[in-house]
Design a protein around this ligand. Structure first.
Ligand code: SF4
Length: 489
């Protein structure tokens, strides 16, 4: 219990966490603790990732056990193959849903940066064919670690090229308003929470039914996702790492689970008797809403009543021109990007709320995305009332928008650093590698599975350095001071 402060920096989250513990609820922090120590082979990249059923083969990170896999694969080949496997998954996650095997594209202002990267990685372009090449390489060990890393970087550029083809924001607005905070739970009687990514059609139908059924006394809230609809974002009650706490608060009447929802959230709903349903079937909406009206289970009536003042606001940039104007105000080498996902490695909110104000105080223009961006909004750092607010970007489209704005305004060289507080998906890792391949300085506050091979780390470093970029990562969860030092170096 005394360690609650090292789990999250938000006092309201701490209160909810304490209450959840008193009621015997098991949340993500408990699961994280029970998972320790995490698999040392996988953490260091020494668990074979090939599509081969002669294994599983693992190489002892300390050199006291197996030094090679059954086929003779050594640690360098194994770690490089894992990097390639992760980059392949990242590219597949970014593949455009409507045109899966279409060719990548990017803003014309980025052509020079991409051409430079292609030259260093061989050839004059990347194409959807990178997927097949990577799959072939991951069939059975036959390629050098260096070539595997090159292919991983080609996939990283493909990832950015495919993200650029994603659905752009359609509409006249250049920014969309976003409201974030626990105070949202006090605004209406009926709260319907959404997690993951439901379809646009489902959301539209849900909002219209909520309007009909609750005539102003019900609302739809997002748990940690940026979900735009009708000229604004759905209000976000918490970051993704706090979702279980919100469910445990007794203030949620119904959970709608979109694509990417963690199983733990559905299970917690079952434990707490909160109706939960999948967003896969738009026709199910009519059956869902009566469930939200049902009397809630008394076991979760914990008397939690957050003050309605706990809501902060921000304007999220959805047009490149807004970012260009934002960058224009910053001096040379004063652009900082700090974003990414929550992870129980760190107290939630620690890095963003500790570092961003210091960097702003030193004259840096700070841009954030994902959970990290939401933490900055919660802290009031992105408030339009501030003289120099932090700029917040949508969690999914941020790299495309940022790259375009940097290239158009000629400010790529002025990026001091791009740091991920956490990575949730392979797409995040592939994007980070892609940004580094385009000559940017990228950092990770969480360990990457590359520590099993010094050779792979050196090869990756050298390849990125040849393109003017870098990827700094630690063999431990980095402390806020380490990230600050990295930015200021
Ligand atoms: S590819 Fe080699 S190291 Fe990997 S599982 Fe197969 S035999 Fe083992």
């Amino acid at each position: 219990m005394e360690s609650i402060q090292i789990k999250t920096v938000d006092p309201v989250s701490q209160e909810l966490l304490k209450s959840a513990y008193q009621r015997g609820l098991k949340l993500s922090w408990d699961r994280f603790e029970r998972l320790q120590p995490q698999d040392g082979f996988l953490r260091t990249g020494l668990s074979c990732p090939y599509g081969c059923l002669q294994g599983p083969c693992r190489i002892d990170p300390f050199g006291r056990g197996a030094e090679r896999g059954l086929c003779g694969l050594d640690r360098d080949g194994m770690v490089a193959a894992l990097l390639l496997r992760l980059a392949l998954s990242g590219a597949l996650e970014a593949m455009p849903e409507d045109k899966p095997i279409s060719e990548p594209s990017w803003a014309s202002s980025l052509k020079a940066a991409f051409s430079q990267a292609f030259k260093n990685l061989g050839g004059d372009r990347v194409s959807s064919g990178e997927i097949q090449s990577a799959a072939d390489l991951l069939n059975r060990p036959m390629e050098s670690a260096g070539n595997m890393i090159t292919q991983a970087l080609r996939l990283a550029l493909l990832t950015i090229g495919w993200l650029s083809k994603g659905p752009a924001f359609r509409g006249q607005r250049k920014t969309l308003p976003l409201r974030v905070g626990y105070g949202l739970l006090a605004e209406k009687e009926v709260n319907i929470a959404i997690c993951g990514r439901p379809s646009f059609e489902f959301l539209k139908a849900l909002l219209s039914e909520v309007q009909k059924n609750f005539s102003g006394s019900g609302q739809v809230l997002s748990l940690g996702e940026f979900i735009s609809l009708g000229g604004s974002y759905l209000p976000v009650v918490c970051t993704s790492g706090e979702s279980e706490l919100v469910l445990s608060s007794g203030k949620i009447n119904l959970l709608v689970a979109g694509l990417g929802t963690d199983p733990s959230l559905i299970e917690l709903c079952h434990t707490l008797n909160i109706p939960a349903a999948s967003s896969m079937d738009p026709k199910s909406i009519r059956d869902l809403l009566p469930k939200a009206k049902e009397k809630k289970n008394l076991t979760i009536q914990i008397g939690f009543s957050p003050p309605s003042s706990l809501v902060e606001e921000a304007e999220v940039a959805v047009a490149s021109s807004v970012l260009e104007a934002y960058f224009k105000k910053a001096s040379a080498k004063k652009l900082i990007f700090l974003g990414g996902a929550d992870h129980p490695y760190h107290p939630l909110g620690w890095i963003p709320t500790e570092i961003a104000p210091v960097l702003q105080g030193k004259g840096f223009a700070v841009t954030g995305w994902g959970d990290c961006g939401l933490w900055k909004v919660k802290k009031g750092l992105a408030s339009p009332k501030k003289k120099r607010p932090v700029q917040v970007l949508d969690g999914r489209q941020w790299p495309v928008l940022a790259l375009k704005a940097l290239a158009v305004s000629g400010r790529l060289k002025d990026v001091k650093g791009i740091c991920y507080t956490g990575v949730k998906s392979c797409q995040d890792l592939a994007t980070a590698l892609g940004l580094a391949s385009l000559g940017l300085r990228v950092g990770m506050a969480v360990p990457l599975p590359l520590w099993g091979s010094e050779k792979v780390r050196n090869l990756l470093h050298d390849k990125l350095a040849a393109m003017g970029g870098s990827l700094t990562h630690f063999d431990h969860p980095a402390r806020a001071e380490e990230i600050l030092d990295w930015f200021l170096k």
